[in-house]
Design a binder for this molecule. Structure first.
Ligand SMILES: O=C(O)CCC(=O)C(=O)O
Length: 431
C-alpha cells in the first residue's frame, strides 16, 4: 500500500513519476499515452468509461504476476490501476494538474482494497515547469491613438506578432470547449431526426455526423459539382446518396495543456471502410476539404492513407480477422497525410486503407465525405462490385478506358485488391 506519499511527476508533461509507495511495483516512471492507443495495445479488464484523453502508463509490470500500473482519470477523478485487474487500486478527486512552481499540496488518495487514505504529492519529474513565458506587453498607446480616443471615443490596437501565439492558444481552447459541448448535446439528443436540422445520425459526437442531403442544399450543390468525377470513373452517373458524412476532427488534448504544439500524431490504426465487410458496398470515396491546414501544424487531423493498399489482396483477405483481433494487423508502415485546401477533392478507392491523424492544432479539421456507387448498382444485386477483390478496377471502367487511351492499361493481375459490401452505400463507414 502507499505509505504516506506518492510523488507524481508533472502531469501535463510526457512523463510522471510515482515515489514512496509501499508496493515497489508502483514506484516507477509513467509515460503519457492516448487512451485509444493504450486500449489498443493492452489487454484491459477495466472499461475505462468516461475517461479523459490521457493515461499514464508505467514502464514495467507491477510484479511477476500483475501487469503494468497506469494512472487515468474518470469524470475528473484520478485513479491508479493495474493492467489485468478489473478495478482501480486508488483514486483521488483532485490533482494539481497545472502549477507553475513550488511544491504542490499533498492530496488524500482513497484506497480501494484496504481502508484509509494515502497522502499524495504531485510534482515535476525533472526540473519544475517554468512559469508562463513572460510575454512582451503590447506597446503603449501612441499620441495618435490617444488623440483618436479623445476625439472619437474608441481606438483599435492592431495585433502584432506577439499576439499570434496567445491567440492560437485561446482559439484552440475555445474550439475544444465548443466541440465538447457539441458532443455532449449530440449524446443527449440521441438520434436527432427530430431536430430542425439536416442531421441524421451522429454515433461518435462531432467526429462523424451523417447529414441528410435532401435537407442540406449546400451539400447537395457540392455533390452536384463533384459527381461528374465519379461518373467519369463509373462510366455512368453516380447514385445520389441519402446522406453524406461531415467529419470533424476537433483539437486534441486538454484545455490545460500547454505542450500541444510539440505533439505529433500517435494514431496508428488504419482501416478499410466497411467494418470488415468486403466488398464494402460503395464504389468511390470522395472527400472535400472545408478547412485549411493551420500554419506550422505537423498534425492537423488530415486524412492519411497507405498508398497502393487498394491493391493489397493479402491485406484484404486477412482484414476481417485482424479487425476482430484474431491476428495481428498487417504492418503497412507510415500513413501518408493528404494535404488539402478548402475545396480540394480527394478521390479514393473504396479498398484504400486509411485513417485520420490527430489534430494538434488550434482549429477543427472539417471534411465532407461522399461514398458513391454507380446509379445502376441501386437496381442490381451487387454484381457491379462482385469482382472488385480480384480486380479493384472492375468498378472503375472509366479508369481502364482513360489509362488505355493514354499509354498503360492496368491488368487485373496488377491489382490484387478488394472492396466493399453490397447494400448500404453512402455512409458505410469503416474501422
Ligand atoms: O476524417 C477523416 O478524414 C477520415 C474519416 C474516416 O477514416 C472514415 O470515415 O472512414
Amino acid at each position: 500500500m502507499f505509505s504516506d506519499s506518492i510523488c507524481v511527476g508533472e502531469l501535463l508533461g510526457e512523463k510522471i513519476q510515482v515515489k514512496h509507495a509501499d508496493e515497489e511495483g508502483f514506484n516507477q516512471t509513467y509515460t503519457r499515452m492516448c487512451v485509444e492507443e493504450f486500449r489498443s495495445t493492452h489487454e484491459l479488464q477495466q472499461k475505462m468509461a468516461n475517461c479523459g484523453q490521457w493515461v499514464y502508463v508505467g514502464e514495467s509490470p507491477f510484479n511477476d504476476q500483475l501487469g503494468k500500473p497506469y494512472i487515468w482519470s474518470q469524470h475528473g477523478e484520478w485513479k491508479i490501476a493495474l493492467v489485468g485487474e478489473s478495478s482501480s487500486r486508488y483514486s483521488c478527486c483532485q490533482l494539481p494538474l497545472c502549477f507553475q512552481s513550488g511544491e504542490p499540496e499533498p492530496r488524500p488518495w482513497k484506497r480501494h482494497r484496504t481502508q484509509g487514505e494515502a497522502s499524495v504529492v504531485v510534482q515535476p519529474l525533472d526540473a519544475p515547469r517554468p512559469p508562463l513565458r513572460t510575454l512582451e506587453p503590447v506597446p503603449d498607446l501612441d499620441a495618435g491613438a490617444l488623440q483618436q480616443l479623445y476625439e472619437k471615443g474608441y481606438v483599435v490596437v492592431k495585433a502584432d506578432r506577439g499576439m499570434s501565439d496567445v491567440i492560437n492558444d485561446a482559439v484552440r481552447l475555445s474550439n475544444i470547449l465548443i466541440y465538447r459541448l457539441a458532443d455532449t448535446a449530440l449524446g443527449a439528443a440521441g438520434n436527432s431526426a427530430n431536430w430542425d436540422m439536416p442531421l441524421l445520425r451522429s454515433e461518435e459526437g462531432t467526429t462523424n455526423i451523417l447529414v441528410r442531403l435532401d435537407k442540406a442544399p449546400a451539400l447537395l450543390k457540392l455533390l452536384a459539382r463533384v459527381a461528374p468525377l465519379a461518373e467519369q470513373l463509373f462510366q455512368e452517373p453516380a447514385e445520389v446518396p441519402k446522406v453524406c458524412q461531415l467529419a470533424i476532427v476537433a483539437p486534441e488534448g486538454d484545455t490545460t495543456d500547454t505542450t500541444w504544439k510539440d505533439m505529433v500524431d500517435k494514431n496508428a490504426r488504419y482501416h478499410i471502410d466497411g467494418r470488415g465487410k468486403l466488398p464494402n458496398g460503395f464504389g468511390l470515396l470522395m472527400g472535400i476539404a472545408l478547412s485549411e491546414k493551420p500554419d506550422g501544424a505537423a498534425s492537423w487531423g488530415a486524412f492519411a492513407c497507405h498508398p497502393g493498399s487498394h491493391r493489397n489482396s493479402a491485406l484484404q483477405k486477412q482484414y476481417k480477422s485482424q479487425l476482430k483481433g484474431k491476428i495481428s494487423a498487417m504492418d503497412l508502415g507510415h500513413a501518408t497525410p493528404v494535404v488539402l485546401r478548402p475545396g480540394d477533392i480527394l478521390i479514393a478507392h473504396p479498398l484504400l486503407a486509411h485513417r485520420r491523424t490527430q489534430n494538434w492544432s488550434a482549429y477543427p479539421r472539417m471534411q465532407v465525405y461522399f461514398r458513391l456507387r454507380p446509379r445502376s448498382a441501386a437496381m442490381g444485386n451487387g454484381s457491379w462490385q462482385a469482382n472488385v477483390l480480384e480486380d479493384p478496377f472492375s468498378i472503375w471502367p472509366g479508369l481502364r478506358h482513360g489509362v488505355a487511351s493514354s499509354s498503360h492499361q492496368p491488368e487485373a493481375g496488377e491489382s490484387p485488391p478488394a472492396v466493399v459490401p453490397a447494400g448500404q452505400p453512402a455512409g458505410a463507414r469503416g474501422s
